[in-house]
Design a protein around this ligand. Structure first.
Ligand SMILES: [Zn+2]
Length: 416
């Protein structure tokens, strides 16, 4: 028996012999494995709520921060941010100029660009390199993960510290603050959806849990899985006691691990008056189909589905396919990308007609499906399923399945 097996099994044997658990075993085993593998695995980190990671990094920050990661502004209150939206161009695109810290390395820049790409795919926000614009983001590796709330004017810092904040969800969280979004639990209607457990919060009037009575909720629902939601134990003064409990069902999961949610996207599109048809599919498997399928789809649509599983390579399998046939599929088509953006590599180029396409496999846990229709001719559309290979560390209990149609008219109201 080697040392590892000895350490793992000895406590169990002793437990069996002595009749009481040997409390040291977890620590001993942990120490052994820590010595062997000093850094957490990617899966461990992915399983942590984004906001917890932000707080861990920010506890050493010298920056004074409200609610854990927002730079306070004396000149205005967070609830009366009327002129802090970024301007919309006549083409409907909201271009947010930015400059990047010159000390970022290639991998950091890629991480930031990947986080930005999802905004561009799902909303009308485009982060663009600054030329001469007066108002812009200075994305740099300062001390922690933090941001201002909304557009401040001039160059404003979004701190994405190397090492601690280089996670897609964290970058998106801080960029979302800069677009004008507060933490979800600060909404005026939060008391209908979560109970703040003041007895586990010190001091009792801690401003991080302040509710903004005049928050602009955009007529969209409270979102437990917003990338802007605190985790359940944020700022607790008693280990194991939650500070935020969903009501009426306390077992509802709160906080986020992966990035923007569908409601985060809907809120951005509503605040910025964007017309976008986009859906995130973040379960381990699920399905998607064109609107009305198997009845005919509408003319002049342009919809995307971002399949974003936690791990594994995504496989897409078409079950039904019937699109108006045009030369070069320039009219109606489905196109599939190997990543989260239309600038990602193409896995399946514009496809139309009635032959069911071959399965498509992405190189990672991200795949983008685009469905475009022109102003003439229609057909039954398509239906497809997706699955993702599981990583070795995957907990089966966390797997879930989602089904998505193209947004129905009522959903579309939320998305537009
Ligand atoms: Zn925040």
């Amino acid at each position: 028996m080697d040392l590892k097996m000895f350490l793992v099994f000895t406590p169990f044997l002793l437990h069996a012999i002595l009749g009481f658990p040997i409390q040291v075993r977890a620590e001993v085993i942990l120490l052994y494995f820590c010595a062997e593998s000093p850094s957490p695995t990617e899966t461990d980190s992915e399983d942590e709520v984004i906001f917890n990671r932000i707080l861990k990094v920010n506890k050493d920050s010298s920056q004074y921060l409200q609610e854990g990661d927002i730079v306070p502004q004396r000149s205005r209150s967070a609830i009366s941010c009327r002129h802090c939206n970024w301007p919309q161009s006549s083409d409907g695109i909201v271009r947010v100029p930015y400059v990047l810290d010159p000390t970022y390395e290639e991998s950091h820049i890629k991480g930031i660009h990947d986080a930005m790409a999802e905004f561009e795919t799902l909303t009308c926000i485009n982060f663009v390199k600054r030329k001469t614009e007066r108002d812009y983001l200075i994305i740099k590796s300062a001390d922690g993960c933090w941001s201002n709330y909304g557009k401040v004017g001039g160059g404003q810092t979004v701190s994405v510290m190397k090492g601690g904040c280089m996670w897609k969800g964290i970058i998106q969280h801080e960029l979302d603050h800069a677009l004008g979004f507060l933490h979800e639990h600060s909404r005026s209607d939060r008391d209908k959806h979560v109970k703040i457990m003041w007895e586990y919060i010190s001091p009792a009037d801690r401003p991080d849990f302040k509710k903004f009575e005049n928050s602009n909720n955009l007529g969209l629902p409270y979102d437990y899985s917003s990338v802007m939601h605190y985790g359940p134990y944020t700022f607790t003064n008693t280990t194991g006691r939650a500070t935020i409990v969903p009501i009426p069902d306390g077992s509802v999961h709160i906080g986020q691990r992966q990035g923007l949610s569908n409601l985060d996207v809907a809120k951005i599109n509503k605040l910025y008056n964007c017309s976008r048809c986009s859906t995130i599919l973040d379960a381990a498997s699920g399905s998607l189909r064109s609107a009305n399928h198997p009845r005919n789809y509408s003319d002049n649509t342009n919809c995307v589905w971002l399949i974003r599983t936690q791990s594994g390579k995504i496989s897409l399998h078409f079950q039904a396919f019937e699109l108006q046939r045009t030369r070069g599929c320039q009219g109606d088509y489905v196109k599939v990308y190997d990543g989260s953006s239309k600038s990602s590599a193409v896995l399946m180029d514009k496809t139309c007609g009635s032959k069911i396409p071959n399965d498509v496999v992405a190189s990672s846990n991200l795949m983008l499906v685009e469905f475009v229709t022109d102003g003439a001719g229609t057909a039954a559309g398509f239906q497809a399923t997706f699955t993702s290979g599981r990583s070795e560390n995957k907990e089966n209990g966390k797997e879930k399945q989602s089904v998505s149609n193209q947004p129905s008219s009522s959903q579309r109201k939320n998305i537009v």
